[in-house]
Ligand binder design. Structure first.
Ligand code: 6R9
Length: 647
């Protein structure tokens, strides 16, 4: 039995959802989804109220997901305009820059309105209209939020590319969605170092024949190469346009954004989220999971380049009229106290981060935390990967002073918002468990071989969802077939998450990690296939297989087995060259941790690489290699074990 931590009495007493209410609402959400979600739609403002609530089919060949399909609304109006009367002067966004010596900014809802309208008018002037795609490649600055909301305001679809991605990765995403405009900055300061964002954009668009325009925010003031006629400084354009822009009426099922994410095969796919259901779900989960109350200061440390930044820095909090903090920097710059100093400085009430950051900071010792006044904290959250018990304990006791519930939120780019998490005023938390389904969410544990539902408690299998929720992705951009194949073909009639899971004796859920070829490095999701294709694109590499292995800080590290072209020397210099190559092809987050030279890879007779075996070798777990008799050449395995990378 794991130890549990009951909700603090004061929180349970005032929470949006306490234990009794959770049970009652959860039962209602399953008993009559239409009635339940019709009521929840009232969280946001509609130009035309939806009358058709849910229309969903998970049947392969016919997958279709629609929520609120006859509703009309505007997301930016919901996140900004409807708050102006009551909280125009309240801070919407606190911006904390990379350098602690630079002043923080407090942007009110009124200022947010003005800035978003300006950006919207600039985009319109560049020819962007409803349904057009805009790529956002920005640092964590307020303009990133203005850009998102400006797109939403005019009905354009944004696709944010994390500023740490390489020119190649950026170029693929610009082309993938046929973007009209890229919004970027001259440079991005992070941890005291500057990434030359505009340079990257120029490289990404070098071979572009569509003349993609670029809107550039001045962040660092550095020199940039300007493409005349195609590039525009945001500040100059903003000065020329009006500071009001009427919100465009948008259908609930029109796309709000595309966000590329990694899967087990092929290149990243463009996850499509639509407007009405997504916003209802983001707003509801933000309010209830974090127990957000009027006047609270809320901080999610993610980057807007990831889904967490979309739902829980921008859309959820702003739809709720919250004060949301945007942090440009990193947890360890200038030193490991930075997070906690920011919490103290802005009196943060809810703090939401990733286990990898917690582990890294835990390793620096308690002093960095205890020297700060963290008395404002009421709640802590984690997301992105399973949290190990040591990190949970440290977070709970040292950061939270033993008084803040931890919500371990399990969800995905595909899910739009939290699907499983304890609720802070309702559930006694268990370190490491994602615990309870959110309202309307129907998790099932399936037997991976038979695909049958495993009933009862104390069971383990793969995690699927039996029915839809409003925040679910609707399709893969430009490839609905891939959407169906990826999520609905392995287990017929269910949404397959790609995660394994255990339901314990109490009926609580624990995520056991990915069951596919996706690895989770520092909370960043990566397809091993992507790293492999980057490696084999190098002229000296004949073949490569990539797996994850346990890593103390990152959760998983990237272990690469590389077969060189005949005649190539396996040297340390080449190792370094390959590492830099992958960084260039994808970005620093994809840097191989270990590269093992492998004259041969274990393959079946039909030529499939047996990753299961490579994973075991990388994990140092030879006892359970399983059946190797189906290999074309079983001796390859001994050779790989003998030459395993030491660490
Ligand atoms: C939001 C986000 C999704 C994958 C997911 C799972 C892992 C996320 C987790 C977690 C255990 C948690 N994951 N939250 N595993 N406990 N609380 O991270 O989206 O980048 O798409 O990653 O991350 O494996 O399938 P995304």
């Amino acid at each position: 039995m794991s130890k549990t931590y009951a909700p603090p009495a004061a929180m349970a007493a005032n929470a949006h959802v306490n234990a009794a209410k959770y049970d009652e609402m959860y039962a209602a959400s399953l008993a009559d989804p239409d009635a339940f979600w019709k009521e929840q739609a009232g969280r946001i403002d509609w130009i035309k109220d939806p009358t058709r609530i849910k229309d969903v089919s998970f049947d392969l060949g016919n997958v279709s997901i629609k929520w609120y399909e006859d509703g009309v609304l505007n997301v930016a109006a919901n996140c900004i305009d409807r708050h102006l009367e009551t909280r125009g002067d309240q801070t919407a966004i606190i911006f904390e820059p990379d350098d602690p010596n630079d002043a923080a900014q407090h942007i009110t809802y009124r200022e947010l309105h003005r800035n978003t309208c300006k950006m919207a008018n600039v985009l319109k002037g560049m020819g962007v209209g409803k349904g057009d795609r805009v790529v956002i490649y920005l640092p964590m600055i307020p303009e990133a939020a203005y850009a998102m909301l400006a797109c939403a305001r005019i009905g354009a679809i944004h696709s944010i590319v994390f500023a740490g991605f390489s020119p190649d990765a950026l170029g693929a995403r610009v082309n993938g969605c046929d973007a009209k405009v890229v919004i970027t900055a001259d440079g991005a300061p992070r941890g005291g170092r500057v990434t030359n964002l505009k340079d990257n954009v120029n490289k990404a668009l070098l071979h572009d024949t569509d003349d993609v325009q670029c809107l550039i925010v001045k962040r660092t003031g550095q020199q940039i190469a300007f493409r005349n006629g195609l590039d525009f400084w945001y500040e100059e354009e903003a000065a020329k346009v009006a500071d009001d822009c009427p919100p465009e009426p948008v259908n609930a099922e029109d796309p709000l954004f595309i966000l590329y994410t990694s899967g087990s095969t092929g290149q990243p796919k463009g996850v499509v989220h639509t407007t009405g259901g997504y916003l209802v779900y983001a707003a509801m989960t933000h309010q209830i999971t974090f127990d957000y109350h009027e006047g609270d200061v809320y901080w999610c440390t993610a980057d807007v380049g990831w889904v967490t930044g979309h739902s829980y820095i921008v859309y959820g909090p702003l739809a709720n009229g919250a004060t949301t903090l945007m942090f440009e920097g990193v947890p360890t710059f200038p030193d490991a106290s930075r997070f906690w100093q920011v919490c103290e400085k802005h009196k943060v009430n809810q703090f939401y981060t990733a286990p990898t950051a917690i582990r890294a900071l835990m390793g620096q010792g308690d002093d960095f935390v205890t020297k700060c006044d963290l008395s404002s904290l009421k709640l802590l959250g984690t997301v992105g990967e399973p949290i190990n018990p040591e990190a949970w304990d440290w977070y709970y006791n040292v950061v939270g002073g033993g008084k803040c519930p931890i919500v371990d939120t399990w969800w995905q780019t595909e899910t739009g918002g939290h699907l499983m998490t304890p609720l802070p005023g309702a559930h006694a938390t268990k370190p490491g468990a994602a615990q309870k389904p959110f309202f309307g969410v129907m998790p099932v544990v399936l037997d991976p071989t038979s695909g049958e539902e495993i009933e009862g408690d104390g069971v383990e299998g793969v995690l699927c969802m039996k029915d839809s929720w409003p925040g679910q992705m609707r399709t893969v951009w430009g490839d609905h077939e891939r959407f169906e194949k990826t999520y609905f073909s392995d287990y017929k009639g269910y949404y397959f998450t790609g995660d394994g899971c255990r339901r314990d004796e109490d009926g609580d859920y624990w995520i056991t990690g990915r069951v596919d070829d996706v690895i989770n490095v520092s909370g960043h999701r990566m397809g091993t296939a992507e790293v492999e294709s980057a490696l084999v694109a190098h002229e000296k590499v004949a073949e490569a297989a990539v797996v994850g292995y346990p890593h103390n800080i990152k959760g998983q590290g990237i272990y690469c087995y590389v077969t060189l072209m005949t005649g190539q020397e396996p040297t340390d210099e080449l190792r370094l060259e390959l590492r830099n190559w992958v960084r260039q092809e994808i970005g620093p987050i994809a840097s191989p941790d270990l590269i093992q030279w492998s004259p041969g890879l274990p393959k079946t007779r039909s030529g499939k690489i047996m990753r299961r075996i490579l994973r075991k070798i990388a994990e140092n777990d030879y006892g359970s290699l399983g059946d190797t008799s189906t290999l074309a050449d079983p001796s390859v395995v001994d050779e790989l074990i003998d030459n395993r990378m030491n660490r």
